[in-house]
Design a binder for this molecule. Structure first.
Ligand code: PGA
Length: 251
């Protein structure tokens, strides 16, 4: 079956406002290939302006990189999913390994964040993936399965159908070392089988699963041509319009 194809850029803690707007505009001015969705995950202060810029562009969406697990209240410095909704933001990254590792996003916190996103009609892009130690031990498939069981497999079917998944082996993030297309395909197929066992074949067949970890123009085509790889979540190579546009055109 044909699934949505997605190129998502994760700008992380980078770019000034002017740089972000310029990069966003140069992507918005491109002809996005038909059937491809582009998502840009930017810093909170830039979201409203980027969102307004993206409104007239078909298949371009803006994402937050995080949201609070709380609905509202005395949580200084946090940004609620309802706030994102109030500026028409459609997507949010949840479970990125950097959030898990540096900011204490435990499975329980991720479940709360997922709930906040759904309560406020924001589509989560849920990230999973194993560290190098686990990859070396050969237990990567069961490690990722546990990540899913503790978080998104607790969702009901209707919520689950709204997810975009991203498999991001931690050892490939920002390291220049990409998983081989065989390694990516193996894990994506395994994840799809887990979804089929947990929910249904139909749901498993419909859900986009992106690969993340040192995706660049030189490897995007090969990765995206794998049967179960529906696009990429791109960090470093999404910070330059030339390289990200090349990636968008790699489907
Ligand atoms: P990278 O980051 O492309 O720089 O490896 C990917 C990510 O963290 O989403």
């Amino acid at each position: 079956m044909s699934r949505r194809k997605i190129a998502a850029g994760n700008w992380k803690l980078n770019l000034s406002f002017e740089e972000a707007m310029q990069l966003g505009r140069s992507i918005a001015n491109q002809e996005i290939p038909s059937g491809v969705e582009v998502i840009l995950a930017a810093a909170f202060p830039y979201l409203k302006s980027l969102g307004e810029m993206a409104v007239p562009v078909q298949n371009l969406h803006i994402a937050a990189q995080n949201c609070s697990e709380h609905a509202k209240g005395a949580f200084t410095g946090e940004v609620a999913a309802s706030m994102l909704n109030s500026i028409q933001i459609s997507h949010v990254l949840i479970g990125h390994s950097e959030r898990r590792e540096y900011f204490g996003d435990t499975d329980n916190v991720l479940c709360m964040k997922l709930q906040q996103a759904f309560d406020n009609e924001i589509n989560p892009i849920y990230c999973c993936g194993e560290p190098l130690r686990i990859r070396k031990s050969g237990d990567h498939v069961s490690y990722v399965k546990t990540q899913l069981e503790e978080t998104i497999f607790k969702l009901d079917q209707d919520q689950f159908a709204k997810l975009v998944l991203a498999y991001e082996p931690i050892w490939a993030i920002g390291t220049g070392e990409t998983a081989s297309s065989e390694q990516a395909q193996e894990m994506h197929a395994a994840i799809r089988e887990m979804i089929s066992n947990q929910y249904s074949q139909e749901l498993a067949d419909g859900i986009p699963i992106l690969y993340g970890g040192s995706v660049k123009p030189a490897n995007a085509k090969e990765l995206f041509s794998q049967k179960d790889v529906d696009g990429g979540l791109v960090g470093g190579a999404s910070l330059k319009s030339d390289s990200f546009i090349e990636i968008i055109n790699s489907f």
